[in-house]
Design a binder for this molecule. Sequence first.
Ligand code: PLP
Length: 838
Amino acid sequence: MSSFDVSSIGKPPLIGPRAKRRHVRSLTGDFPEVDEKGQEKWPRGDEKSWKAALRDIHAEVPEITKSVVTHVQTSLGRAPYNIDDFGAYQAAALSVRDNLIVNWNATQVEYTRKSPKRAYYLSLEFLMGRTLSNALLNLGLLDNYSSSLSSLGFGLEDVLVQERDAALGNGGLGRLAACYLDSSATQELPVWGYGLRYKYGIFQQLIKSDDGTQLEAPDPWLDHQNPWELPRLDVTYEVRFYGHAQRWGEESTGRATWSGGQEVLAVAYDVMIPGYGTKSTNNLRLWESKPKRGFDLQSFNAGNYERAVEASNSAACNHILGKELRLKQQYFWTAASLADMMRRFKNLEKPISEFAEYNAIQLNDTHPTLAIVELMRILLDDEELSWDSAWSIVTNTFFFTNHTVLPEALEKWSVPLMEHLLPRHMQIIFDIVTVEKKFPGDRDRLSRLSLIEEGFPKQVRMANLAVVGSKKVNGVAELHSDLVKKNLFPDFVEFYGKSKFGNVTNGITPRRWLDQCNPALSALITDTLKLDRVTAGRTVKHQNKERLALFVERQLGVKVDANAMFDVQIKRLHEYKRQTLNILGVIHRYLLIKNMTPEEREKVVKKVVFFAGKACPCMCVPFLLTIRLIVNVARVINSDLDTNKYLSLFFLPDYSVSLAEILIPASDISQHISTAGTEASGTSNMKFCLNGGLLVGTVDGANIEIAEEVGEDNVFFFGHLTPDVEDLRYQHTYHPIPVEQKCPALAHVLDTVSSGIFGGDGVYEPLLNTVRQGDFYILTDDFDAYIRSLEMVDEAYADRAEWIKKSIRTTAKMGKFSSDRAIQDYAQEYWNIESIKL
Ligand SMILES: *Cc1c(COP(=O)(O)O)cnc(C)c1O
């Protein structure tokens, strides 16, 4: 699709020590250096290009070169002699941004002129990754910028890697939001994203070299000016917290006045989202919190002041933030977003009763559920509508995406906390409960349907609120959407009927996850004239593996054999994703090879295993040991001279979108091995398969639909199915069988870890005990099948020509998993919006 320089594969990698964030280099002086003859020495590039762009001489240089040089001079205030790769990145980014702003304006003017129905995607996370490479690709300017930068003495790759990832989130949910923005703009759909402008992105992960534990460092991603945002200091809204809500009159579901408390200012920052091959450029509006000027200082002690402005502080995971702050973040963001939508709607001068005909709001998980209550508050208290009219507008505006069926991940907020922080919203939630009581049903059913969970304290169930307040609810893959109906909300399905519950299988944008991260494969796909696709496919894969090998060598100082099979598992560390199963499998393989004769070893398929992923530090303590185990197993087996030719293992720190862009194209296989019924969809499975890495996985989430598309003989499935899992857990609790009996191979691996050969002095026992006792994620039940599936991978890999065919077939059959398809589903089946052509 793009004509990005294919030969750059195998050249210096996209990330490397050279890409390390450099603080602006100390200036070497304002004048060019002079050589012995008194001639000016141009430190970089082609002197004529610089001078022409600076208008020092009369000569033609491309507009782009002029624009970059102008930004060096004026925006950065630097002399050309003093520009390093980071300065070149900044100038190039500002120059690209000029294009984006022009397109952005044209798009927004057109939206205003045509006043179509719009959709808003509310997500607490946006995992955008780098923007420059993506913007150049979408604008079709890669080659032009590449040659302009080159004339100024910079390599495009070196410049691109200067950019720091925008990591405003944790994982899949945030990356999904980013892919959906790309697809919405590409399809010229009037969709805006709304999120928070965190001062700190998700933490940077460091691995302590002595014992392999994870350390978390802050990610001050805004330390240098962020060229991709446009501050809208004039777009501000006041957001209230605490205070007092006074009802009017007797009617229980009537109006109220909310006053007092604190007010914080929400300030808008706009991030331009370019579509691919179109001028259409959408908006991601991020809110920053600011203290309100001239506010009541007396009622505002120093402590409160700090807390008032921290609402957009950090994209950390739920639990570290503290409950109150998290709830504050959620309200701050939803209130500002709704106020903004309401202002835009009011400009249309339509009656408020038509709000839902002009606005659709998608809730990405339960985090923005307060928007439902906030819109009720606006319609009741500000617009003075009746309860029924207000509720009808609300339930025609919102749509809710559920992302998990794990009970511990379902959001709940304590009633006393909500009453304290958002007294008016708590009233409205109780009013919804009152109306809800009119539903027929026995007490048990009513308590399951209820928005309030009894207990001390009582809790608001955000998922139930989201279901009740939305027009439609969807899961993110077929299996998951079925589980949402059968296990999570069966009573709601009975009450509202099946049509309220749908499915939109997740998707990924092929721009970032093919064209950008794997230009050679992208070119191969579009080159229909290529006769020998197997040889070409093999070459592309090998080049990507060499690129990764070089990257690892630069990062960790270790050589990696690009001829070995590359086996990758990269995702957030979580028990249900079962990285533990993988590392125990690696140990099993190591012990097998260790016990072989040298002749036997020669027959082994050589393999390199890669892990990456961050562990939220609030996670259950035993599981945090998994990273440590991986790192220490790596230390032992990578230095075992008997075996390290055949098996090696790497944990790459600080997993990010940019790291994924290097690892994924290089994979021969990737692992998606969650306990059946626990992974709602997964999206990295799609990225790997699109890049021709075959899938080893359980019958879970989108793995199932991937197998349907690419054919079961092109994936390696193993393990118990979803309906078995509950029975197995029952068995573990009431009729446990010791692991020695049930799965001797696994017992041997566990004992080996206990024996201390990977160090740790008993430190891993709590982790091993989660497998030996209880085994909630059924490792003991799946281990043998898992090992067998990896043996089948080895067998298949031995026939390399057939393997490459499988790989090419897999890539070719992944069309369904484009986020363009997913966004079309949302636009047609949910939002009812249409494209706006510029
Ligand atoms: C795609 C992606 C994810 C989601 O991965 P899963 O394996 O589906 O959980 C998480 N983080 C990053 C950086 C990604 O690119």
